[in-house]
Design a protein around this ligand. Structure first.
Ligand code: AMP
Length: 282
């Protein structure tokens, strides 16, 4: 496995190894890797001749400076996990390599950023779009892999890929959410949970699973939202930020299930000072 920190070296390597004739798969990450990231990497390895994983904690997508400072960084362990998963190339640049000068680009997401993460984390998706567009230009993959765990992010990436980065001709591949055995969605932030908050955070996925069950049995949106609000109210160690049922296409919250439309229940909650997100398809 090769490790690059300079984008010019990575580009030269990809060109030399026949980057043009070989299919390149790409998994962008912020490191502190867990089995969720590794499942994306394994899928990437199995579907491409060359697989590239980036590890870069992107400062422009953190609206909360404290969250950026506390973001876990475990490069050595990440490299070991990636090597074992069959990854060929790791790109782990410094900030100055990605942002030699400040990025002032402002992206339009056609309203996909109005609700949920976009509403509660101002500027977050613009930062995501900045870094992903830069990484896509550097790696120029055929396929890029993203987790459904970050449901709104996935939708926004598909949008910018189709509207801003069309010339790169990249397929965006959506990968399922990997969970701990008790249901908690894997996240780099989970290591920051205290033992009590770790136990309490299981309720997030349990409430989502129950939401899915209620939806399958025909409960109306209003009743499900009431159920979720009450269930979170009972969780004294969790602080609910939002629970929404959204239309998969517009990402707007709905108050009734719409015919011929797919819906997803999305949640963000704090367990102590750790902000967790999760979602389930209904
Ligand atoms: P991050 O390092 O958090 O930026 O995540 C890098 C990629 O891994 C993103 O596409 C995430 O959606 C994906 N990812 C994070 N957690 C999971 C998970 N539990 N299951 C599947 N994919 C995940």
């Amino acid at each position: 496995m090769k490790l690059f920190t300079a984008k010019s070296h990575l580009r030269n390597y990809l060109a030399d190894t026949g980057g043009l004739s070989q299919s390149i798969g790409f998994v962008p990450t912020m490191g502190a890797l867990h089995q969720g990231h590794i499942s994306l990497t394994k899928q990437c390895v199995s579907e491409n001749e060359v697989s590239v994983v980036s590890i870069f904690v992107n400062p422009t997508q953190f609206n909360n400076p404290n969250d950026l400072t506390k973001y876990p960084r475990t490069l050595q362990q990440d490299l070991e996990l990636l090597e074992a998963s069959g990854c060929h190339v790791v790109f782990a640049p410094e900030n100055s390599e990605i942002y030699p000068e400040p990025d002032s680009r402002v992206f339009d997401f056609n309203g996909l950023d109005t609700a949920m993460e976009g509403a509660f984390r101002p500027g977050h998706f613009n930062g995501v779009a900045q870094v992903v567009s830069k990484l896509f230009e550097i790696v120029q993959p055929d396929k890029a892999y993203f987790g459904q765990k970050d449901f709104q992010q996935l939708s926004i990436i598909k949008y910018i890929n189709a509207n801003y980065l069309k010339h790169l001709n990249i397929d965006i591949i959506a990968c399922p959410t990997i969970r701990e055995s008790d249901g908690l969605a894997m996240s780099s932030r989970n290591v920051r949970l205290s033992p009590q908050h770790r136990v309490a955070s299981v309720a997030i996925s349990q409430i989502l699973f129950e939401t899915q069950r209620l939806a399958l049995h025909g409960s109306p949106v209003e009743q499900i939202l009431q159920y979720a609000a009450n269930a979170f109210e009972e969780q004294k160690l969790l602080k609910l930020e939002y629970f929404e049922i959204v239309d998969n296409k517009t990402l707007r919250p709905v108050s009734d299930f719409l015919l011929n439309t797919s819906h997803t229940a999305c949640v963000a909650a704090y367990a102590g000072d750790v902000r967790l997100i999760d979602n389930i398809s209904l």
